[in-house]
Design a protein around this ligand. Structure first.
Ligand code: FEO
Length: 393
């Protein structure tokens, strides 16, 4: 990725990784990602803010070479995860005078990951500042977006907030400054990474709003030249509000569960409810995570295998539960041939949902008239609940 000038003596110097297709061996990356790193040059000191995944560190080094950077005094580490810190040892090797500036929790993690030795660390606290000579960095602790040690760095003179993962997006655009297209990539990122911590997100937004931010420069994806756009989007996504939507995600082996899912989808749509409909084995986990942000109701559809829940559905139940969605109602539909424990697995697996459990529909074999009637009953129940909470008029 080429360098971008954000202000006088402030540059983006990070790396693109458009071909990366999965993150943490879990999160799909249909559009790749970037690891944004920033260089701030003061009259006396130079700081590099976060580094890049070591797989693409050559791009970072090429950018530093292009800008003829002969010395780095500080490497600011906003977050210990290795996609931002994995290249720190290489930077310290190339710039042996540099110190790594971070908070104590992050420093301990960098030690744990064998990335930085204690003698190279400079520990800062909330609200501390670092003078680079005409460029002042202020550090603000913003825990749990999305690890406990996360912090942001604010460049006072230029109004730039370096926010690391906070406000980021896994996207590898042609131009990281083309921020008007930020919404969907940022929503996907929020859904996959930030949504379990939405209370912390709200608190941390209040905290950073004290700064007169002109630019938000995260460490993935678009740089936000209109900071209020992404701040407003984060406020919207992190509320407890839900919409008149159902997420219906199912897996079916011989079409019984599929027939139930299709019937229920159509019945709900006829009542004016938007259904986010996913055949789990061929669906993108990020799309499902995004649907969970808005849905008042979640329905898991699971075929039965060996008397238990189909593992593909079980995996989704596990992930959805970990995302702690703000769903108000949850239920399930299952079919089985000779033994039914799928529903027990689903109920136990959704323990993090603070949702009312609606009566499920379970079919022995393919669904027949009685099961279709039950699916109508379930559609009616969901519509009534949506009216009760005011999302369906
Ligand atoms: Fe982009 Fe949590 O690392």
């Amino acid at each position: 990725m080429s360098t971008k000038k954000l202000a006088e003596n402030v540059y983006s110097v990070g790396a693109k990784h458009p071909e990366r297709r999965v993150f943490d061996e879990l999160v799909p990356l249909p559009d790749g990602t970037t690891y944004n790193s920033y260089l701030v040059i003061g009259s006396s000191k130079t700081a590099l803010i976060d580094t890049v995944d070591p797989l693409v560190r050559e791009q970072l080094f090429n950018n530093l070479k292009r800008l003829k950077v002969e010395k780095i005094d500080y490497v600011i580490s906003n977050h210990a995860e290795q996609d931002h810190t994995g290249s720190i040892p290489y930077i310290l090797h190339a710039y042996p005078g540099a110190k790594v500036v971070t908070n104590e929790k992050c420093a301990n993690m960098l030690n744990d990951f064998s990335l930085v030795s204690s003698d190279k660390l400079m520990i800062i606290k909330d609200n501390d500042t670092l003078d680079l000579g005409g460029k002042t960095l202020e550090f603000s602790m913003t825990p749990w977006v999305h690890w406990p040690e996360t912090m942001v760095t604010y460049l006072k003179e230029d109004g730039i907030l370096f926010s690391c993962d906070f406000f980021g997006s896994h996207f590898s655009p042609a131009d990281i400054l083309a921020g008007e297209h930020f919404y969907m990539p940022a929503k996907r990122y929020f859904a996959e990474i930030m949504s379990p911590f939405r209370n912390n997100v709200r608190t941390n937004i209040q905290k950073i709003e004290k700064f007169g931010i002109k630019i938000i420069a995260p460490s993935h994806g678009y740089i936000h030249l209109n900071p209020q756009g992404i701040i407003n989007a984060y406020k919207e996504w992190s509320t407890d509000d839900v919409k008149n939507e159902v997420t219906l995600a199912y897996v079916s082996m011989h079409d019984s569960t599929k027939k139930m899912a299709e019937y229920l989808r159509d019945a709900l749509e006829e009542k004016g409810i938007t259904v986010n409909y996913f055949d789990i084995p061929v669906s993108d986990l990020g799309e499902i995570a995004m649907a969970l942000i808005d849905s008042a109701t979640v329905i898991i559809g699971g075929a039965t295998v060996l008397a238990g829940l189909h593992p593909v559905a079980a995996n989704l139940v596990y992930i959805a539960n970990a995302l702690r969605p703000k769903t108000k109602f949850v239920t399930f539909i299952t079919s089985f041939s000779w033994g039914e424990r799928a529903s027990e697995v689903i109920k136990a697996g959704l323990s993090n949902f603070k949702a009312e459990v609606l009566a499920p529909v379970i079919s022995k074999g393919s669904p027949k008239e009685a099961e279709f009637k039950e699916l109508d009953r379930l559609a009616n129940d969901i519509a009534a609940k949506h009216r009760e909470i005011g999302v369906l008029k």
